[in-house]
Design a protein around this ligand. Structure first.
Ligand code: ATP
Length: 206
């Protein structure tokens, strides 16, 4: 198939939670994506994480009932991929002539002006930005923050297409789920049931 609208959803997914699934679903229905490819970051360089195999398996189980969603295989290409630009290149080779959309939360979008090889990746995708509670209590509206990102990139002649995903704020984060596990509190309804069982069976975050 050609000219399909494909969404890429990258993350550490340590673990995957309902916030991620809501973001992907809302992006799909808003933009009419034919497919979403979930890319589990194999070696997040900025934080300690659970082994890749566990994080990958939890995402696989979380999206198992979706025929239009897939998980990038733990192949050599993706295991070696560190930067988003390399991920996009690898996917473009597998799915030529597709229209690429990058799904991400506001916190991650705000870092785009510092991404490695942003001049190549930023114009190659449409950016679908999910609202997310930020740490600062008094932050400007999401529209203003996204405009600033686009303006910052424009100063280096990088022009982007972006839109905000229409979704209520979801306060779930992977750190919160990990904290709940450490505190031995229930994570039921924070994560899909299969993920909750996977974590419980292996005592992943306790
Ligand atoms: P952590 O709490 O460990 O930082 P996380 O919950 O942010 O993890 P990631 O795997 O780092 O999870 O996130 C993958 C992508 O999903 C990022 O672009 C992030 O901004 C987005 N995201 C995660 N949770 C939410 C949420 N509740 N609402 C909107 N976007 C989210």
């Amino acid at each position: 198939m050609t000219n399909d609208k494909i969404g890429i959803f990258g993350g550490t997914f340590d673990p995957v939670h309902w916030g991620h699934l809501l973001v992907a679903e809302s992006a799909c229905s808003q933009v009419g994506l034919e497919q979403v490819i979930w890319v589990v970051n194999s070696r997040p360089h900025y934080k300690q994480s659970t082994p890749f195999q566990h994080r990958w398996e939890m995402v696989r189980q979380a999206i198992a009932d979706r025929r239009d969603w897939e998980i990038a295989p733990p192949s050599d290409t993706f295991m070696k991929t560190t930067y988003a630009s390399q991920t996009l290149q690898a996917l473009q080779a597998n799915y030529p002539d597709s229209r690429w959309h990058w799904i991400l939360g506001l916190d991650t979008f705000l870092t785009l002006p510092r991404w490695y090889h942003r001049q190549e990746i930023a114009p190659a995708c449409e950016w679908l930005v999910a609202p997310r509670p930020l740490y600062e209590s008094e932050s400007p509206p999401i529209q203003v923050l996204c405009d600033r990102v686009a303006q910052q990139l424009a100063t280096e002649s990088t022009y982007i297409r972006w839109q905000i995903i229409d979704l209520p704020l979801v306060g779930i984060s992977a750190s919160l789920v990990r904290q709940y596990c450490r505190d031995r509190r229930s994570i039921r309804y924070f994560v899909p049931e299969a993920v909750r069982i996977y974590i419980g069976d292996r005592q992943l975050y306790t």
